[in-house]
Design a protein around this ligand. Structure first.
Ligand code: SAM
Length: 275
């Protein structure tokens, strides 16, 4: 039986259908699953946090390769399936709950090498990634399936049209790359758009030094919310006047007529540190 048929059979057995509201699009390509685990560089030294394991297609490959898998799943029906399938493995644990409300730090505090691997529910991709980064979990890497467009935005440079606040926020903490392209036919049910797997290698320290992180992120968000305006105008959302912003930009040798998407992360940091 191939994975598509197996997934249908498991859902049928439990009288279930994919729950759209929970972003349930199950991966049905064994090769892609193996490729994800290989490229995430999972070994018997690693504890893996899997977010949204679903019926466990990726989980099964992770259990075979990792020291331990801690899976967090919001759907109690899936939790029942996972317990039935993997309850016999002593390197598997499933937590029933919403990942955004889970104290992940507490779950991993005893482990040294922790990596996140997941096919994320698309309706909360960004909040999940930002939580993993902002909670400072001391993770080694985050390897996740996301919508292709989101992956491109996260991995963009300030020369690309996809460059945005999410690019700067994620690249502040990590070095991201797209590692696998995944067309929509590889899921059951197939989503509307294609996906990709991104790997975020966590930097030992943030990419740029900022005196006040909150101010830095506020500045970046403010700039991109008004991305059509020149930075001389959009950066006034920081509370400084147009003249003050103009002086700061001039002293940093940054053209006041540029727009949010033209500034590098380093330049945002320089400006934030002058405010
Ligand atoms: N990992 C499975 C696979 O690849 O076939 C399923 C991936 S599916 C795209 C997303 C999974 O995340 C679903 O199982 C869904 O129930 C779960 N999920 C959705 N929202 C969640 C949340 N807030 N916390 C934890 N899991 C969630």
């Amino acid at each position: 039986m191939n994975l598509r048929e197996e997934t249908k059979a498991v859902l049928n057995k439990y009288g279930l259908r994919a729950n759209k509201k929970l972003g349930q699009n199950f991966l049905i390509n064994e090769k892609i699953i193996e490729d994800i685990v290989e490229k995430a560089e999972i070994s018997k030294d690693d504890v893996v946090i899997e977010i949204g394991p679903g019926i466990g297609s990726l989980t099964s490959c992770l259990i075979a390769n990792a020291k331990k898998v801690i899976a967090i799943e919001i759907d109690s029906n899936m939790v029942d399936i996972l317990k039935a399938r993997f309850g016999i493995f002593d390197n598997f644990e499933v937590i029933y709950g919403d990942v955004l409300r889970t104290n992940i730090l507490e779950l991993i505090k005893d482990y040294e090498s922790v990596k996140v691997v997941a096919n994320l529910p698309y309706y909360i991709t960004t909040p999940i990634i930002m939580k993993l980064l902002e909670d400072r979990l001391n993770l080694k890497s985050i390897t996740v399936m996301v919508q292709k467009e989101v992956g491109e935005r996260i991995c963009a440079t300030n020369k690309d049209k996809e460059y945005g606040a999410i690019t700067v926020s994620v690249q502040y903490y990590t070095s991201p790359k797209i590692i696998i392209d995944v067309p929509k036919e590889n899921f059951l049910p197939a989503p509307e758009v294609d996906s990709c797997v991104i790997k975020l290698d966590i930097l030992e320290k943030p990419r740029v030094e900022v005196k006040d992180e909150k101010l830095f992120f506020r500045l970046v968000k403010g700039a991109f919310t008004q991305r059509r305006k020149t930075i001389n105008n959009s950066l006034t959302s920081s509370g400084k006047s147009k003249e003050e912003i103009s002086d700061i930009l001039t002293s940093l040798n940054i053209d006041t007529k540029l727009r949010a998407e033209n500034l590098s992360i380093e330049q945002y940091a320089q400006i934030a540190n002058m405010l």
